[in-house]
Design a protein around this ligand. Structure first.
Ligand SMILES: N[C@@H](CCC(=O)N[C@@H](CS)C(=O)NCC(=O)O)C(=O)O
Length: 216
């Protein structure tokens, strides 16, 4: 049995959910008992992050490690291509998400609650835009990030780019995706697995945004 520990509003939980849906794996989803800031969760995941995955008694945290674990444990439904070089390219794109793009999107969160004029918004928006331009140079987007098939390189971006769009819309700014990434976004919108995986995340994020804007 596969158990995904996470929260509906967590982007990295949604990233893993995308991979589970693309693989057609059935799983249960649970919130960490006592919350992800609890001592019990810190014992299981000392870094205190979400998500984590349990499979037949085995437990692993960190979204990229989880995706790689699923790749090894369920090789019949791969999200990595064959061949050392395409695999390395795919992993590189996946790491660009975690290390370069997602942190630029995450940096927008404090602005949502900040009642003061968003002095840092132009700077943060430009920094994100710069990363997206660089990503567009590296991405294949034909139509998926790393080529013709969905892969590990799509899972994080499937959540983070819609999140960037929502956060910027709430801040009265358009996302302004490079053309290549726009084509990728349109292709992703056709993926029923992605739509199903993102449904709980969209609902929770929209609710959070509505509440956060009201209280600012
Ligand atoms: N590198 C981690 C990042 C996960 C992450 O930052 N998750 C957020 C929720 S989306 C979290 O746990 N935030 C709480 C914290 O960092 O204390 C991964 O890939 O799993």
């Amino acid at each position: 049995m596969i158990i995904l520990y996470g929260l509906p509003v967590s982007s990295y939980t949604a990233k893993v959910r995308v991979a589970l849906h693309w693989r057609g794996l059935s799983y249960q989803e649970r919130e960490p008992e006592g919350g992800y800031r609890s001592a019990a969760w810190a014992e299981r995941v000392p870094m205190g992050t979400l998500p984590a995955l349990a499979h037949d008694g085995f437990f692993v945290a960190e979204s990229e490690a989880i995706l790689e674990y699923l790749e090894d444990a369920f090789p019949e439904r791969p999200l990595l291509p064959t061949g050392a070089q395409p695999r390395a390219q795919t992993r590189m794109l996946a790491r660009l998400h975690d290390l370069h793009v997602e942190p630029r999107v995450r940096a927008l969160f404090p602005l949502i609650k900040d009642p003061a004029p968003h002095l840092r918004l132009p700077e943060l928006h430009a920094a994100l835009h710069d990363k997206l331009e660089r990503l567009a140079q590296l991405a294949q987007a034909c139509p998926f990030m790393a080529g013709k098939q969905p892969s590990l390189a799509d899972c994080g971006f499937a959540v983070t780019l819609p999140l960037a769009r929502r956060l910027l819309e709430a801040l009265d700014r358009p996302l302004g995706l490079p053309a290549k990434l726009q084509a990728w976004e349109e292709a992703m919108a056709q993926e029923s697995a992605v739509q199903a995986a993102l449904a709980p995340w969209r609902l929770a994020t929209d609710n959070w945004l509505a509440t956060a804007r009201k209280s600012s």
